[in-house]
Design a protein around this ligand. Structure first.
Ligand code: IMP
Length: 196
């Protein structure tokens, strides 16, 4: 197995990334498996900036190869909100439930429900950035949450061509079409996980 450290404390992201990368012979180490992970301030203006920052700072601090995921939801009628602020949309101390509530409040009475999830994957080693890859999935925001699976905005996101939300679809189906699945597939195709 080819080991790489995941630069995220989000257990849902680690689960999804592990499931997507395992068939390629890649095993993810979690921050708690390694220790000594510095806190990275996500102050970038784009998903790419934040992903690169997380991967490079943690690779330099730990001396390991690192994969970072920066991702979020962009809603057309809200000019791309919540975007890079997806995790903190309802403010500091917010959580997935409050973020979803704020999103639905903002979209009350809005007919255009188009949205997309975006994910940028960055791979770095202690000498610097190896590369980045991006993925997206398009869909619609529904009026009220449905389903218990996934995380974040999954209960209100229905991917194009489907009836169920990401929180209702089986995890393997989500991973096969998601922004994260698409970004990791592109990263694999670019050879970003080939140990240098
Ligand atoms: P990050 O840790 O700054 O990348 O924040 C990502 C945030 O975007 C999460 O906290 C979720 O709110 C949202 N997000 C990213 N990917 C997903 C997903 O697959 N499903 C639902 N929400 C997601």
């Amino acid at each position: 197995m080819n080991d790489i450290l995941a630069a995220t404390g989000n257990a849902h992201k680690v689960l999804e990334m592990s499931a997507i990368l395992a068939p390629a012979g890649i095993r993810l180490l979690r921050p708690q498996d390694v220790g000594g992970i510095p806190e990275v301030i996500e102050d970038g203006a784009s998903f790419r900036e934040n992903a690169v920052k997380k991967a490079c700072e943690i690779a330099a601090a730990t001396g390991r190869r690192v994969v970072a995921d920066d991702s979020g939801l962009e809603v057309a009628a809200l000019g791309g909100e919540p975007g890079v602020l997806s995790a903190r949309y309802a403010g500091a101390g917010g959580n997935d439930g409050r973020n979803v509530r704020k999103l639905l409040d903002r979209l009350a009475g809005v007919a255009d429900r188009r949205a997309r999830f975006v994910c940028v994957i960055a791979v770095a080693d202690p000498t610097g950035l190896v590369g980045t890859a991006e993925g997206e999935v398009r869909g619609q925001i529904i009026a009220a949450p449905r389903g218990d699976g996934g995380f974040g905005y999954d209960p209100v996101f229905v991917p194009a061509g489907h009836e169920q939300t990401f929180a209702e679809l089986p995890a393997a189906l989500k991973n096969g079409m998601s922004h994260r699945g698409n970004a990791l597939a592109a990263a694999l195709a670019q050879g970003l996980f080939v140990a240098g």
